[in-house]
Design a binder for this molecule. Structure first.
Ligand code: NAD
Length: 260
C-alpha cells in the first residue's frame, strides 16, 4: 500500500513536534510538510520536509495529504475551512472548542473526511466504552465525580478529555450534561444533589494528562484513573487516525470510536 502523505500543523508545539517526528519515522506515512504561524518556522527543527507558514500554498501542492492539527481552537477552525475547500482529509486533536466552533468542524466534515477526538489514546477510548457499564451496574446510589491534572501551560479547562468522560457518564445516567455539570464549588454550597456531576481541574508542573472518575457509594468507592506517561501515546493515535481517515468518505465528523 502506498504511504499516506501527511501535513502537520503547529510543528513547533508540544504535540505538533511529537507528531511530526513520529510521522517522519513511520514507513506507512510520508511527512510532506509542516505549517507553523508566521515567524515561528525557525522554531521547527530536525525534520526532512517543507516548513512553511503558507497553509493554502501547502494544501495546493499536496492535494491528498492528511492534515493533522493539534494547535488552538481558532487556528483549527481556520484550517478546517481551508481543508474543506481543498478536499484534504483532516485529523484534529485540538481541545477547548466552543459549540459554535464544533459546528464549523461538522460543516467542514460534510465536504472532506475529518476526525476529531479530544483524546487519541487507546486507554481513554476504551474507558469511554466501559464507563456506561459501570454506571449502569452500580446504579444511582453511587455519586459520579471526575478530576483531571495537566501541566501548567495547558490553556483550556476542564480538559477536552474530562468533558468527554463526563458527558459519557451523564449520558449513561440519562442526564443532560449542561444541567448537571459542576465545574466549581465554593462557599456554603449545602448538601450535594444526587443529579450533580463534579468536574475539577488541577494544573501544575509537567503532567502530561491524568483523569480519575470517582464512583462514590455507601461505604465504598471505586476510582478509575488513566495516566498518560508520554505525548507519544496521543501522537501515535493521531497518526493511526490519519491512515484511517485517508480512506474514508466525507459526511460527518468522525470520532475514534468510528475508527475502532
Ligand atoms: P502548544 O501550545 O505546545 O502548541 C501549539 C502550536 O500550534 C504552537 O507551536 C503554535 O505556534 C501553533 N499554532 C497556533 N496557531 C497556528 C496556526 N494558525 N498555524 C500553524 N500553527 C499554529 O500546545 P500543545 O500542548 O501541543 O496542545 C495543542 C492542542 O492539542 C491543545 O488544544 C491540547 O489540549 C490538545 N491536545 C490534544 C490531545 C489529544 O489526544 N487529542 C493530546 C494532547 C493535547
Amino acid at each position: 500500500m502506498a504511504a499516506v502523505d501527511v501535513i502537520v500543523m503547529g510543528a513547533a508545539g508540544r504535540m505538533g513536534s511529537t507528531i511530526a517526528r513520529l510521522a517522519g519515522e513511520d514507513s506507512e506515512l510520508n511527512l510532506v510538510a509542516v505549517v507553523e504561524r508566521a515567524g515561528m518556522e525557525n522554531k521547527v527543527s530536525g525534520l526532512d520536509c517543507e516548513v512553511s507558514s503558507d497553509l493554502p500554498g501547502v494544501l495546493s501542492r499536496h492535494a491528498k495529504a492528511v492534515v493533522v492539527d493539534f494547535t488552538a481552537p481558532e487556528a483549527t477552525v481556520n484550517t478546517a475551512g481551508a481543508a474543506a475547500e481543498s478536499g484534504n482529509p483532516m485529523v484534529i486533536g485540538t481541545t477547548g472548542l466552543s459549540a459554535e466552533q464544533q459546528g464549523v468542524l461538522a460543516e467542514s466534515a460534510a465536504k472532506t473526511p475529518m476526525l476529531w477526538a479530544p483524546n487519541m489514546s487507546v486507554g481513554i477510548n476504551v474507558l469511554l466504552q466501559v464507563l456506561p457499564r459501570l454506571v449502569e451496574m452500580l446504579g444511582p446510589a453511587y455519586d459520579l465525580e471526575l478530576s483531571e491534572i495537566h501541566h501548567k501551560h495547558k490553556k483550556d479547562a476542564p480538559s477536552g478529555t474530562a468533558v468527554k468522560l463526563a458527558q459519557c457518564l451523564a449520558e449513561a445516567r440519562g442526564w443532560e450534561y449542561d444541567a448537571v455539570k459542576r465545574y466549581c464549588r465554593e462557599g456554603i454550597i449545602g448538601a450535594r444533589k444526587p443529579d450533580e456531576l463534579g468536574v475539577q481541574t488541577l494544573r501544575g508542573g509537567d503532567v502530561v494528562g491524568e483523569h480519575t472518575v470517582f464512583f462514590l457509594g455507601p461505604g465504598e468507592r471505586i476510582e478509575v484513573t488513566h495516566r498518560a506517561h508520554s505525548r507519544e501515546t496521543f501522537a501515535q493515535g493521531a497518526l493511526r487516525a490519519a491512515k484511517w481517515v485517508a480512506g474514508q468518505a466525507p459526511g460527518r465528523l468522525y470520532s475514534i470510536a468510528d475508527m475502532f
